[in-house]
Design a protein around this ligand. Structure first.
Ligand code: GLN
Length: 317
């Protein structure tokens, strides 16, 4: 195990402390939850170091009180509690988190990370825990209404993401250039400030930023659910390593889905607009609703623009 204390470690440290405080049973809990193939020794094996992004709301981000919070943080805490393991969080950014796991500096990654065939060559993924599409967003007052309007313009994309792969795959077709940013918040700001005309981002993250008012952007295009850029998020470990952690994550995920805890977490962070019984479909509804909110916000903005135009025309007449 690799116990790392830097980064926003509060949740994990508190959990680790509470598990240790429960005392005594830690080794036996671990023994019952893992198989004999584990090469880690004794109680140390129950503390994992998990890498994550810094600013990927609502999955992981720093709240006003300075705590790293979000869907991923709550899912990890619930899974760890269910499976009786402790962990620390290493919040270092998406690309850095992926690299850190590959360099054996962290045991696993949870960061709204899309399960892709390419990544499966270097990571082992858990069962999927969230569905997402990618989208293109522009400043709220932008005249750009479709990808066709990006010709000759510069767009912002976050390093190491599937959205970057999407942007790369269509940049020649639409004739735009790409500037990469290390984090989502800095990327959004560049579009708001006019450095780039658009950004490419996962729809749940973009929808959340728009509906909470933290980014004055609007979504103008979204990949189709059948597209290769429609994705499912998974927890991941380095390929061939930490199999017991992956197995615990899967077992914990199944357990919190069955208990309703998973749906509770998702609806805490992502507004569904209806609090119906927990089903597998609820997840996607939640993502869709957030997108719908964002699209409605765009439509409202358009209506305002249209009526302003009318007023101008009327006063010219
Ligand atoms: N889901 C996207 C990916 O895996 C983005 C993840 C993120 O930015 N944290 O590439």
């Amino acid at each position: 195990m690799k116990l790392r204390t830097f980064g926003a470690a509060l949740t994990g440290v508190l959990l680790a402390a509470s598990l240790v405080a429960c005392g005594g049973s830690q080794e036996s809990t671990d023994a019952s939850a893992t198989n004999a193939a584990s090469t880690d020794t004794s109680a140390e094996a129950t503390t994992y170091s998990i890498a994550t992004d810094t600013a990927f709301a609502p999955f992981e981000f720093t709240d006003d009180a300075g705590n790293l919070v979000g869907v991923d943080m709550d899912i990890l805490a619930a899974v760890a509690e269910d499976q009786g393991f402790a962990y620390t969080i290493n919040s270092i950014g998406f690309n850095a988190a992926k690299q850190s796991v590959q360099l054996d500096q962290d045991d696993g990654i949870i960061a709204g990370m899309s399960i892709t065939d390419d990544r499966k060559e270097t990571f082992d993924f858990s069962d999927p825990y969230y569905d997402a599409t990618a989208c293109c967003a522009v400043a709220i007052d932008s005249d750009i209404t479709s990808l066709d309007d990006l010709a000759g313009k510069n767009v912002a994309v976050k390093t190491g993401t599937q959205s970057l792969d999407w942007a790369e795959s269509i940049k020649d077709q639409y004739g735009f250039t790409i500037t990469q940013f290390p984090t989502s918040d800095v990327m959004y700001r560049d579009v708001v400030n006019g450095g780039s005309v658009a950004c490419f981002e996962d729809t749940p993250a973009m929808g959340y930023a728009i509906s909470t008012g933290s980014a004055a952007l609007k979504i103008i295009a979204e990949v189709e659910p059948g597209s290769e850029f429609f994705s499912q998020y998974g927890f991941a470990v380095k390929k061939g390593e930490n199999a017991e952690l992956l197995q615990k994550f899967n077992a914990g995920l199944a357990s919190i889905k069955a208990s309703g805890k998973y749906d509770e977490i998702v609806s805490k962070w992502i507004s569904t607009g209806n609090d119906t019984t927990a089903t597998g479909a609820t997840t996607q509804t939640a993502a869709d609703e957030t997108t719908e909110d964002a699209v409605e916000a765009v439509e409202d903005a358009d209506v305002e623009e249209a009526s302003t135009d009318e007023t101008t025309e009327e006063s010219i007449e």
